[in-house]
Design a protein around this ligand. Structure first.
Ligand SMILES: [Zn+2]
Length: 317
């Protein structure tokens, strides 16, 4: 399995996020990636590959140019070791901007696009270890630790070669990804996530959001109760997989979040460590060319093991 990774994520180092009016330590840290890299090395996965550099036009296919220019300018202007909440193009207090935020976010997009290019060229499965994550990044806004929507940009790239299904298994609804494809019939978005009545992003992710215009029927949201365990998650996931199989996509993009893990400090369904191997097997059994894109997951001690378990399901026996 090809694994794409860029050191440039280290350029993005916010220290705090604002929760309930207070500054608390930033949860989406570089240490998350260290945990993943260490686990992959310990389990003899393939060596990490540097991403290629792609044209900014791929980002502009999903994001508003004024937003992209704004983030570039704001990011460059932040003094070293400081962070700001910009005045515009931001939806919440979970997307501070530091000096390296733009560069790291572009590198994460390149990481996703390199995987997409390999999948288009015939690789059966590629893991793009993206940081910052992307699925909350919308057309003209950052939010929820996300700046550019890595999965949406990769899915759009792949859509030039054939239809794409995006399966989002992060704890949170991928509002940015839903928005990107809400009126398109060539990209199906299916998301399993915690009930937005009581969970971020609160305003999207409800079951009645099923697409608009020619995209009607190509957006499937499956909100889950917090008490969902490995068994009930598996059952729901198999239903989601059936929907994807009916769509008959040429490619699958997996927005792989691990904040569904029971001991995740931010999310946390009742999924135990063994869940991710099982989830991986269900997805692998679709036998689709699969681009796996890293989204959330905040239990640093266990994150690497969870990722390694999921990826291991895709390795040849
Ligand atoms: Zn999440």
């Amino acid at each position: 399995m090809n694994i794409i990774y860029s050191d440039a994520h280290n350029l993005h180092q916010p220290q705090f996020e604002r929760y309930d009016g207070k500054d608390v330590p930033y949860a989406e840290t570089a240490a998350r990636v260290d945990s993943i890299v260490q686990a992959l090395q310990a389990h003899d996965f393939e060596p990490l590959q540097e991403p290629e550099v792609f044209s900014i036009s791929h980002i502009l296919a999903i994001h508003n140019k004024n937003y992209v220019d704004f983030l570039k300018k704001k990011s460059a202007a932040v003094p070293e070791d400081q962070q700001i909440y910009p005045s515009d193009f931001i939806t919440d207090s979970y997307a501070p901007v530091t000096k390296g935020t733009f560069q790291a976010s572009v590198a994460a997009v390149n990481t996703a696009l390199t995987g997409a290019k390999q999948i288009a060229a015939g690789e059966p499965v590629v893991y793009s270890l993206c940081r910052p994550p992307g699925h909350h990044a919308a057309h003209h806004s950052m939010g929820g630790y996300c700046y550019f929507n890595n999965a949406a940009i990769a899915a759009h790239y792949l859509s030039h070669y054939g239809s794409v299904a995006i399966l989002d298994i992060d704890y949170h609804h991928g509002n940015g990804t839903q928005e990107a494809f809400y009126e398109r019939a060539d990209v199906l978005y299916v998301s399993l996530h915690a009930d937005p009545n009581t969970n971020y992003p609160y305003t999207t992710g409800f079951a009645d959001e099923n697409g608009r215009g020619s995209g009607k029927g190509y957006n499937i949201n499956i909100p889950l109760p917090k008490t969902t365990d490995t068994e009930s998650y598996s059952t729901v996931l198999r239903g989601a997989i059936k929907e994807i199989e009916n769509f008959q996509p040429r490619f699958l993009v997996l927005s792989a979040g691990f904040d569904t893990y029971v001991n995740d400090p931010i999310g946390g369904l009742h999924l135990t460590k063994g869940a991710y191997r099982r989830i991986g097997r269900h997805i692998r059994d679709m036998n689709l060319p699969t681009l796996i894109i890293q989204e959330g997951g905040y239990n640093i001690a266990d994150l690497g093991g969870l990722v390694s378990d999921l990826l291991d399901s895709f390795r040849p026996a």
